[in-house]
Design a protein around this ligand. Structure first.
Ligand SMILES: *[C@@H]1O[C@H](CO)[C@@H](O)[C@H](O)[C@H]1NC(C)=O
Ligand SMILES: *[C@@H]1O[C@H](CO)[C@@H](O)[C@H](O)[C@H]1NC(C)=O
Length: 266
């Protein structure tokens, strides 16, 4: 176990491209860990105080995430898959991922018990920190949803992901407003791919806009509530919807994990 972790660390250190960009890329159905917004605009200070940057080495944005409460952060499964807690540093309280408001450390990584089963499904994970987050104007938790998304809902994505496919993370936090695409419509657009299911929602605005490498695991918020976690898409903003974990669908799993109940809710 120890050796495995250590060799993973060495592999990660020798191949920084393995974690420099996290958003899963599908096209055609290959995955490359990635993550930045294409086509968004600069987020104001205090715009998204729930936003965190996950950094295997401080200064390297691997993925986004969101603060759920003092101890727990949510992200995508592929952002922390095969990671040891020591490689998941959580940067809070900032719009510049290179200038942390605070750095928290990971005690436990909880992947969804059915992560990647079937392929590309249940791409969601919870991170338990070693100590409580101190909240302030720049650092706040985000509420969980109280209803499913509907057509017409306005959804805001934030992230440090690349502005172009396979590009590097952007120093300043960007935001992008997206609409909700009904499941059946999105499923047809992706030719009824088996990589989509009830645990997914789709978002779209227009060609030239969307999540990109480095946005993975990051928050999609509607009406002040976390509705999605960036999962996968065609890089980047090329005219297809992006596919996100449906937080509404995973509410029971999230609540049971946080309350210490290890039962698997699929
Ligand atoms: C962490 O926060 C929780 C919830 O507010 C609180 O009950 C607990 O006492 C805090 N722990 C520490 C060590 O401050
Ligand atoms: C779905 O299939 C059509 C026809 O083969 C193709 O043009 C289109 O690009 C496919 N959509 C996706 C998302 O791959």
């Amino acid at each position: 176990m120890q050796l495995l972790s250590l060799s993973l660390l060495i592999v990660l250190l020798l191949q920084p491209q393995n974690f420099c960009q996290s958003k899963r890329i599908v096209g055609p159905y290959s995955t490359i860990p990635s993550g930045r917004i294409k086509g968004g605009e600069l987020a104001e200070v205090e715009f998204a105080p729930y936003q965190v940057s996950l950094q295997p080495i401080v200064g390297v944005n691997n993925c986004g995430g969101a603060i759920l409460n003092e101890r727990w952060v949510i992200t995508a499964g592929h952002c922390v898959e095969n990671y040891i807690p020591a490689l998941v540093n959580v940067i809070t309280g900032t719009n510049k991922y290179l200038e942390p408001g605070a750095i928290y450390y990971t005690e436990e990584i909880h992947m969804h018990c059915m992560y990647d089963q079937p392929y590309m499904h249940n791409d969601i994970a919870l991170i338990k920190l070693t100590q409580n987050i101190t909240f302030n104007e720049l650092t706040q938790p985000i509420d969980l949803p109280i209803r499913p998304l509907r057509v017409g809902d306005e959804i805001v994505l934030t992230g440090w992901g690349a502005h172009e496919a396979y590009g590097g993370s952007v120093e300043d936090l960007y935001k992008l407003t997206l609409g909700f695409v009904p499941f059946s419509e999105c499923y047809d657009i992706f030719n009824q791919t088996s990589s989509m299911g009830v645990g997914h929602i789709c978002t779209f605005s227009q060609e030239g806009e969307g999540s990109c490498h480095g946005d993975s695991g990051g928050p999609l918020v509607s009406d002040g509530r976390l509705v999605g976690v960036v999962n996968w898409g065609r890089p980047c903003g090329v005219g297809f919807p992006d596919v996100q974990a449906n937080v509404w669908y995973y509410l029971d799993w999230i609540r049971s994990k946080i309350s210490g109940n290890d039962k698997c809710y699929y």
